[in-house]
Design a protein around this ligand. Structure first.
Ligand code: ADP
Length: 611
């Protein structure tokens, strides 16, 4: 059973593979998207850090400017506690201010130490050198600075902290200033002064969003089992399909094997006579390949060329359902050119739905059977002919027997008459000659009858060494008168050096007389000159005698036909002459043959073996 190719068994996995590839692509895309988003958030964080740092620096510069303004107000003689710059500062982020003289001794401090606010966050210091060598030392609250310098929305997104160079918290926007360590959360630091001792740190409060990734993962988590389930269904279906196909192939191969093993030819035709299928026996029967035949419409290439019209009519009749139930015989032509006799039965070709779609022809090759039947018939005919011949032989034998007596009587009466005439002294030469010839003819007739009788009673011919030319001349003499009357010129071209041959002179003479008489009869059909030539010669161990004429010839008839008993074209002919001649020649181990003569008519020749 042919198996499905391996790759087909795995085609079900292709959609699954594609689904996995799709999932991988979506994951890669989601990852890349997440990275891009993170990058964007980082950029935002940096930008926010930089802008916040810039704002804080402006705030610091403002504090510095206010401190310088205070220094100027003090230099202008303004009392420290009444200086407007001090009041403005303390209303802001200033915690305390210490005024030092040139020797760095404290001149004044505002607010006085007992009244100073206790701040939770660390303090930062700003110094301003005075013109008199003194110095103003400002302690301010960086948390306030942050609260004033950082927009509210920023503080909702980030933990905003000020830290020193040792990573210690300086100030935070949180109520309880605890150092927030970034951990996994993204953060960014920006130095607020040139020395880098004060840094602004922004830390994202919430981890960055993962964008579409969770949704994608959720979808994939749902999609993958679905794809796997669909693939499993596909695989099961495919296996069933492959198994069904294998079964179908097996059945088709089995059916083809049965069809091809059948000894009868099968041919399926559609309603129009187009060949749909043929089995191997049919192909062998007509000697043509299935490819050559299938799809062929009438006239079929195997129809006999001599009966195309008839075959066409029969085909139409069959397609209309008129084929005889017992089948019909016809003759087809094998591709090699030989004829084949077939017996065809036509039955309706019905499809799986019970619809007739054409005709199924069952074809039997009956060539051999017919040949046997014909040869049997020929044999019966031959037997009938042999029976007729035997009967004829019997009649001839009886006749010969019956004629023997009267012929002997004629001969003795003739001898008696001659003796009586001699005694009476009648010496008429003419009468004497006539009686002499009468006696000779009677004796000759007696010999002929005797020989024929011997021959017909299956006695061997009386063989004796014989010179053939005198026999030919004797036969010619017998017919000379007849030929003269019919204006037939008989020409003997005999080889004088002919060796002797062992034969029965009387029978050979009868053969010659028969051949010459047939030639004379044929010549009657034409106007003179009527010519017959007789040749004798030696050829290859045989002595050959030919009788040729310029008559109408054999008209295409075969020797077989001419030599068969009772075949005659003459009105009163018996058709036995040539048959007996052949029997006589064959009894001498020779051959009798017929064909066209150079003179234009027929040529009959017999050969006798020399040894
Ligand atoms: P029959 O003489 O009784 O017809 P034969 O057997 O002698 O029988 O001859 C058979 C036939 O052969 C003749 O009827 C004739 O048609 C044909 N035949 C014989 N000899 C010749 C010939 N020389 N030329 C033409 N046809 C001949």
């Amino acid at each position: 059973m042919p198996k499905a190719p391996d790759w087909r068994r795995w085609t079900w996995s292709l959609p699954l593979l594609l689904a996995l590839l799709f999932v991988a692509a979506v994951l890669a895309w989601a990852r890349a998207d997440r990275a891009a988003e993170r990058e964007a958030e980082q950029q935002t964080l940096i930008a926010d850090s930089l802008s916040t740092a810039a704002q804080l620096r402006v705030r610091l510069d403002e504090e510095h400017r206010l401190l310088r303004e205070l220094a100027a107000q003090l230099a202008g003689g303004q009392a420290l506690d009444e200086a407007p710059a001090l009041r403005q500062g303390l209303a802001g982020s200033w915690q305390s201010l210490v005024w030092l003289d040139a020797q760095l001794r404290e001149r004044a401090q505002q607010p006085p130490p007992g009244l100073q606010r206790r701040e939770l966050s660390q303090s930062l210091f700003l110094n301003e050198d005075l013109a008199d060598g003194g110095r103003l030392v400002l302690r301010y609250d960086p948390a306030r600075l942050l609260a004033a310098g950082v927009p509210w929305w920023l503080s909702r997104r980030y933990d905003v902290q000020l830290i020193d160079h040792e990573d210690q918290l300086v100030a935070s926007l949180l109520r309880a200033p605890v150092r927030v360590v970034s951990g996994d959360l993204p953060s960014h630091r920006v130095p607020l002064d040139e020395a880098g001792s004060l840094l602004l740190e922004l830390t994202l409060r919430e981890p960055m969003r993962d964008g579409l990734l969770p949704l994608v993962l959720a979808l994939i988590a749902g999609f993958l089992p679905l794809a796997a389930w669909a693939s499993w269904l596909l695989r099961r279906q495919l296996r069933r399909l492959i198994a069904a196909e294998a079964r179908w192939r097996g059945e088709a191969a089995w059916r083809a094997a049965i069809e091809d093993s059948a000894l009868v030819g099968l041919r399926a035709r559609d309603a129009e006579g187009l060949l749909l299928s043929v089995n191997r026996t049919f192909c062998e029967m007509v000697g043509r390949s299935a490819a050559e035949l299938v799809g062929h419409a009438p006239p079929m290439p195997y129809w006999h060329p001599d009966g195309l019209n008839e075959a066409m009519q029969r085909s139409r009749r069959n397609l209309q359902g008129g084929a005889p139930r017992e089948g019909y015989e016809t003759r087809w032509r094998h591709a090699s050119g030989r004829d084949i006799d077939v017996l065809v039965f036509e039955t309706p070709l019905v499809d799986a739905q019970g619809q007739q779609i054409g005709w199924l022809g069952t074809v039997l090759d009956i060539t051999e059977r017919k040949r046997l039947a014909e040869s049997e018939a020929r044999q019966v005919e031959a037997q009938a002919q042999a029976a007729r011949l035997t009967m004829l032989g019997e009649i001839a034998s009886t006749l010969a027997h019956e004629l023997n007596q009267p012929l002997s009587a004629i001969a003795s009466w003739n001898a008696g008459v001659i003796n009586s005439l001699q005694r009476l002294g009648v010496d008429d030469a003419q009468v004497h000659g006539a009686l002499q010839r009468l006696g000779e003819q009677a004796a000759q007739a007696g010999r002929v009858v005797k020989r024929i009788r011997q021959f017909l009673t299956k006695r061997e011919p009386q063989l004796e060494p014989l010179r053939l030319n005198p026999v030919i001349e004797a036969a010619a003499r017998v017919l000379s008168k007849e030929f003269a009357q019919r204006e037939v010129q008989l020409e003997l071209r005999l080889d004088a050096t002919l060796p002797e041959v062992v034969a029965d002179a009387v029978l050979i003479e009868q053969v010659l007389i028969n051949l010459l008489r047939n030639a004379g009869d044929a010549l009657l059909e034409r106007a003179p000159p009527r010519r017959i030539q007789v040749h004798s010669r030696v050829a290859g161990g045989f002595l050959v005698v030919e009788v040729c004429d310029n008559g109408p010839g054999l008209g295409g008839r075969s020797s077989e036909q001419l030599f068969s008993p009772f075949y005659s074209t003459k009105r009163e002919g018996m058709g036995m002459g040539l048959a007996i001649c052949r029997s006589i020649i064959e009894a001498h181990h020779g051959v009798l043959d017929a064909g066209p003569a150079q003179l234009g008519g027929a040529r009959f020749a017999f050969s006798l073996p020399l040894s």
